[in-house]
Design a protein around this ligand. Structure first.
Ligand SMILES: [Fe+2]
Length: 278
């Protein structure tokens, strides 16, 4: 794919409009999340602060990836905007259901788009951009996306999916405790901390496919599922960003070394290393 083409915005005027939209979106994020961050339960307030941090980081990472793909400045800003907005539904999801598990609550991408459609700053974007942003957000938590979709939707979805994964790894690794569990059990979807590893997850890794969320039965499975997300990473720059921080290695190091885990890690490591072979 030729990433050097101009994707969406066309003029200097549009560039300044996208910049204004980003300011308005940041403002909205700030105000909307403030109420959740003031939660009387310190643990929940902390969790909400981490979610807000995630939105800001995914925005930054989306910009980095888009820059590396040599997109035009306006298109880089649009990628940043999508990153900033992509998870807004998480706050209401947790407030209503006390979980981040979509299976047990609601699809948080759909919640995000529903919320955005009610906001003046979003409707001011115009129908075409609203549609593109909504599609990219709706695509971000799917098992996979169709490459036959509109080219713009595919590109922005891929950027968002890579940026999201990179920060999910970082967020999880940063919130690991010495005992291998996470600081908040909600991070690992309240799964039990047993040493069990589900065979289906190992089979997915052996066949170089992302593991299915429904197969997770323990914190170990959650970590392996996280690691298996590398099989769905799209861009070379994303592999660089991943390797820079050694995120997969750190997740592996937090696990007890059963043979199946060692084998799975070897498969993952080889896959990542091969991405750097020209
Ligand atoms: Fe998300």
């Amino acid at each position: 794919m030729n990433h050097q083409k101009k994707y969406f915005c066309r003029t200097m005027e549009e560039l300044s409009i996208v910049k204004d939209h980003i300011v308005a979106a940041r403002d909205f994020l700030e105000k909307y999340t403030a109420g959740f961050l003031n939660h009387p339960d310190r643990d929940i307030a902390d969790l909400m602060a981490l979610r807000r941090e995630h939105s800001l980081k995914v925005s930054k990472l989306s910009g980095k990836i888009a820059t590396n793909l040599m997109l035009e400045e306006e298109d880089i800003l649009l990628a940043e905007l999508i990153g900033l907005l992509h998870d807004l539904g998480r706050f209401d999801q947790f407030q209503k259901y006390q979980t981040f598990d979509d299976e047990k609550s609601a699809n948080h991408a759909e919640l995000t788009v529903e919320l955005l459609k009610e906001q003046a700053f979003f409707t001011a974007l115009g129908e075409e951009k609203q549609e593109l942003i909504s599609q990219a957000i709706l695509n971000h938590n799917k098992d996979g996306i169709s490459l036959k979709d509109d080219k713009l939707v595919v590109t922005y979805s891929q950027i968002l999916r890579d940026a999201d994964k990179l920060d999910i790894w970082d967020y999880c690794v940063s919130n690991l405790k010495r005992d291998g569990n996470f600081k908040h059990s909600a991070i690992s979807l309240n799964l039990p901390a047993s040493g069990l590893v589900n065979d289906s997850i190992i089979r997915s890794i052996k066949s170089q496919k992302p593991a299915k969320r429904k197969d997770m039965q323990s914190v170990n499975d959650f970590k392996l599922m996280l690691m298996s997300m590398v099989f769905d990473l799209n861009f070379r720059v994303s592999f660089h960003l991943l390797s820079e921080k050694q995120l997969i290695k750190k997740l592996y190091e937090s696990m007890s070394k059963k043979d199946v885990v060692i084998d799975a890690y070897r498969e993952l490591r080889l896959y990542i290393e091969n991405k750097f072979v020209v």
